[in-house]
Design a protein around this ligand. Structure first.
Ligand code: ADP
Length: 482
């Protein structure tokens, strides 16, 4: 079985959120099991700077005057082969995969990602020395692969897997793009890739998919409802027979307090008291009150509505009043950044704030904090609660998507059967969040119980191996579907 895995993000070369982590870990884990999986990514500057990069000699004509060279290299810290689309006009730019250095979306994102999809189709049909049985697409940016395969060779036999990492982003563009890309109008219908008169990249991905995955079983169910379906619930309801929810794992070579090179004090379940030193380092770094007994509540997140940070901000004064400290690492919406700045200014001794993307600091916070807050409005999987559990930083989450599937609430029953790994609340309501935090702080003060929960959380099985097996099972089902 040969799989071409297509993604706009891949850690450590281009990571904006969890997608980057998953697209590193999943192919790596599948390759470790013996699957021939190779990854196709755009040639961003950091990708092109890989030391072992080589030409494949393959050139793809994306459109009349747009030619891409296909280069190859190995994914760092992995043995996954990369195919790299070197097309300077599209991808050789400073900034992120989606934004310029000022945070504005690239105006030509529709074309940049349409051509990522087209490159996958061209390569799979006649460019590669390895012909994939399956193309595994990830989110809207890769949604047009099926449409291009159909355009180039309507009778092709390549199977398509579409993974939904976040349904909120769908890639909706004017239908004129169909003309520009020379795609078929036949499928520009409500059953196909039309969405309220627009071309939907995500819907195209779902339309052509032989199998669909989402990143948690609960999210797989949620997206079939109006509340979480972002308008595509009808389409997804019809596809439940070919949809599987698979919870993400974590890369234990990257996220592991025992060997993490980013943290000053490594630790494990047997010497958990050492974890406190990491907290003191953070407190000093942010000029906060240094005291290892003060509970530290942390957030590492894209600062967007989805993540429910406004709920935390609404009750921040109450949280601080409980004698806790709050620390934030994030970047995103101007209004949230402004509210966070204001909070930090008002409470410099109990609030730590870094408005940036900082991979090392993310690890240091996971190691230093006591509680990790994720009051997300929706959360397809979420990775930080998994990292947090593994670092003995108990997650406090809203019961949605992958958070509901991975965190077990500290109730008397779950304490009794030793399964509790964190704290869970139900609705997107600041008061519910506050009550949950108060509940967690009460347990925090009972050191013996806290330590027990930390150990359960740290010992929880979160490696990628199990999830990778489930993906391979879906590939098999995908190939069996005729
Ligand atoms: P999402 O993919 O929706 O952003 P996830 O919880 O799945 O949410 O993954 C977020 C990933 O991005 C985690 O690895 C997290 O540590 C990382 N991350 C988010 N914001 C930052 C930041 N400002 N600095 C460093 N890492 C960040």
């Amino acid at each position: 079985m040969r799989v071409l895995f297509v993604t706009p993000e891949i850690y450590p070369l281009m990571k904006i959120g969890g997608l980057g982590d998953v697209c590193h870990s999943l192919p790596t884990a599948m390759r470790a099991i013996g699957l021939d999986v190779r990854v196709l990514i755009p040639g961003y500057p950091r990708v092109l700077a890989l030391p072992d990069i080589q030409s494949t000699g393959i050139q793809l004509t994306l459109e009349k005057h747009l030619v891409a060279d296909i280069l190859t290299a190995l994914l760092p810290d992995s043995n996954v082969p990369l195919y790299i689309i070197d097309c300077p006009d599209l991808y050789r730019r400073a900034g992120t995969a989606y934004h310029d250095t000022d945070g504005n979306e690239w105006p030509d994102n529709a074309l940049r990602f349409a051509y990522l999809s087209k490159a996958a189709a061209l390569l799979a049909l006649n460019g590669l020395d390895f012909v994939p049985d399956i193309i595994h697409c990830n989110d809207w940016t890769t949604g047009l692969v099926g449409a291009f395969l159909y355009q180039l060779q309507p009778t092709h036999s390549i199977k398509l897997m579409m993974s939904i990492h976040n349904l909120a982003h769908q890639g909706l563009y004017p239908s004129a793009l169909i003309e520009e890309l020379d795609l078929s109008w036949t499928h520009f219908t409500i059953e196909g890739y039309e969405y309220n008169g627009l071309l939907s990249f995500m819907k195209a991905g779902l339309f052509y998919a032989d199998w669909i995955t989402t990143v948690s079983p609960t999210y797989a169910k949620e997206i079939c409802t109006e509340r979480y379906g972002h308008g595509l619930q009808g389409v997804l309801q019809q596809k439940t027979a070919i949809t599987t929810g698979i919870l993400n794992g974590i890369d234990l070579n990257v996220w592991n307090p025992e060997i993490d090179p980013h943290i000053k004090q490594n630790y494990n379940t047997f010497n958990l008291n050492k974890k406190q030193r990491n907290k003191k380092i953070l407190q000093k770094q942010w000029s906060m009150t240094v005291d290892e007994n003060i509970p530290m509540l942390a957030v590492i997140s894209r600062l967007v509505h989805q993540k429910g940070l406004d709920l935390i901000l609404d009750i921040a004064a109450d949280i601080l009043h409980e004698g806790a400290q709050l620390v934030f690492l994030g970047i995103g919406e101007a209004e949230l950044e402004q509210r966070l700045r204001q909070l930090q200014k008002q409470h410099p001794k109990s609030v730590g704030l870094t408005l940036a993307h900082d991979e090392a600091l993310a690890h240091q916070i996971e190691a230093g904090a006591d509680i990790f807050l994720m009051p997300s409005r929706f959360e397809p999987c979420g990775l930080n609660q998994l990292y947090s559990m593994h670092y003995g930083t108990l997650p406090l989450v809203r019961k949605t998507g992958g958070l509901a599937d991975s965190v077990i609430d500290t109730t008397p029953a779950h304490l009794n059967d030793k399964t509790a790994t964190g704290f869970v609340f139900a609705e997107e309501d600041p008061q519910q969040l506050l009550h949950c935090i108060q509940r967690a702080l009460l347990v925090y003060r009972d050191k013996k119980t806290w330590r027990k929960i930390q150990k359960t959380a740290m010992d929880k099985e979160v490696s990628w191996e199990n999830s990778a097996e489930q993906y391979i099972q879906c590939y098999r089902q995908c190939l069996a579907e005729e």
